[in-house]
Design a protein around this ligand. Structure first.
Ligand code: FES
Length: 194
């Protein structure tokens, strides 16, 4: 039986009245030989069904973490603490004991302070903007490189002692550092300008 006839005969069962349109569709299908088409999927893309023993139980509890709690820093060993103080947007001080080598973004996020860090510390946004409160501490820091300066230019409320928190690494010289979190940050990223 031809494909056209088989198709047209099946139409009443589908409660569709054969029409000129349905016939022409059937003829089109036949002329293109779609019925002979076959698709083979390479083995490496074939999906295997997981053994039922490996399907996690739906009763397993889920846990979530706050979007701001991404930084991780280890608590310093006794006698090795360096101190940094963050002044938050409400003016409250948070004095934190940290390790040499920790950066301000990780410290702030590990202590649930409001520092977004939209680019994950890759110097491609300005959402980790901090203002160093004392010029002498600012002068002890290595100079910002070109990438940091470019991002700082986009920061809201830029000051003479602004830095990006992810680029400031704690050293013994910076023990006692005090930084202020700006009242707003601007989430412009370097990718917005490509
Ligand atoms: S987190 Fe994006 S520049 Fe610091």
């Amino acid at each position: 039986m031809s494909t056209t006839r088989a198709f047209v005969q099946s139409l009443p069962r589908l409660r569709v009245k054969p029409s000129r349109l349905s016939r022409s569709i059937a003829q089109h299908v036949q002329s293109r030989s779609y019925s002979k088409l076959s698709v083979s999927i390479p083995k490496r893309f074939a999906t295997k069904s997981a053994p039922s023993s490996r399907i996690p139980s739906l009763s397993r509890p889920l846990s979530t973490s706050s979007a701001l709690s991404h930084g991780h820093v280890d608590p310093p060993k006794p006698g090795e603490e360096l101190y940094v103080t963050f002044i938050d947007k409400e003016g409250a001080s948070h004095k934190i004991a940290v390790n040499k080598g920790d950066n301000l973004l990780d410290i702030a996020q590990a202590h649930d302070l409001e520092m977004e860090g939209a680019c994950g510390g890759s110097c491609a946004c300005s959402t980790c903007h901090v203002i160093v409160t004392k010029q002498d501490y600012y002068d002890k820091m290595p100079e910002p490189d070109d990438d940091e300066n470019d991002m700082l230019d986009l920061a809201f409320g830029l000051t003479e002692t602004s830095r990006l928190g992810c680029q400031v690494v704690m050293t013994p010289e910076l023990d006692g550092l005090v930084v202020k979190l700006p009242s707003m940050t601007r989430n412009l990223q370097s990718s917005d300008f490509k």
